[in-house]
Design a binder for this molecule. Structure first.
Ligand SMILES: N[C@@H](CCC(=O)N[C@@H](CS)C(=O)NCC(=O)O)C(=O)O
Length: 212
């Protein structure tokens, strides 16, 4: 039995697929089209009642949702892949800190930026999207300042890099012009390095081929 990942290209499913690729575990990628709103269909809501991707079915059948929970679960399942710094050490603490920051301070703003009409009336949606973009940018700049380079943690490559690289590619949510202005050079270098890792390169190409 292999892992089954549900998600779309260029979505949060990238982070889960990149981690699966690093582990070398067999997996299937089941496309749920955001464009066709398939995340709202009963068949997907039965997998994740919140209608969000990614979702991962573990080989024994259990479902895991929430990108961070998926990344941590996979890191636990494959300790030899060394996707997190050593347990209970200071680098592990910083990994948890910044993973949680991105999952709780940045990711929720993406829904507001992408779907502002879920939160306010149509005539206020544009202004709300702008506010959400500003919050994402401010928070990405915090991640940028904390990035050690070449990887986020001085201890080396980890799932923090995969997660940070993903957020740096969401130009629709952040604003393509702002990204082009070069405000997050360390994250840009980090994303390039993630994209070139042998296991991740083909995954990156599928998700962000046009955003390398
Ligand atoms: N807290 C969730 C957020 C996931 C999320 O917002 N995913 C987006 C795609 S990147 C999604 O499914 N959006 C569809 C929607 O909101 O309808 C996680 O970390 O997995």
């Amino acid at each position: 039995m292999s892992y089954i990942l549900y998600g779309d290209k260029g979505s949060g499913a990238f982070s889960a697929e990149a981690v699966l690729a690093e582990t070398g575990a067999p997996y299937e990628f089941n496309i749920i089209s955001l464009e066709k709103n398939e995340q709202r269909e009963p068949s997907f809501l039965a997998i994740n009642p919140s209608g969000k991707m990614p979702a991962l079915r573990l080989p024994e059948g259990q479902i895991v949702t929430e990108s961070l929970a998926i990344l941590l679960t996979l890191a636990d399942h494959f300790p030899n892949a060394r996707l997190l710094p050593p347990q209970a050490g200071p680098a592990r603490t910083q990994a948890y800190r910044w993973l949680a920051f991105m999952a709780s301070e940045i990711y929720p703003m993406v829904e507001i930026s992408d779907y502002p009409d879920r939160f306010v009336a149509k005539d206020e949606a544009k202004a709300l999207r702008q506010k959400a973009r500003e919050r994402i940018r401010e928070r990405l700049l915090i991640v940028e300042r904390m990035c050690d380079g070449p990887w986020f943690l001085p201890s080396g490559f980890s799932i923090v890099d995969i997660y940070a690289a993903m957020f740096s590619r969401w130009r629709g949510s952040i604003g393509a012009d702002w990204l082009k202005e070069g405000h997050i050079p360390k994250l840009e270098t980090l994303a390039q390095a993630v994209s070139k890792r042998p296991a991740i390169a083909p995954v990156w190409q599928r998700h962000f081929g046009d955003r390398s």
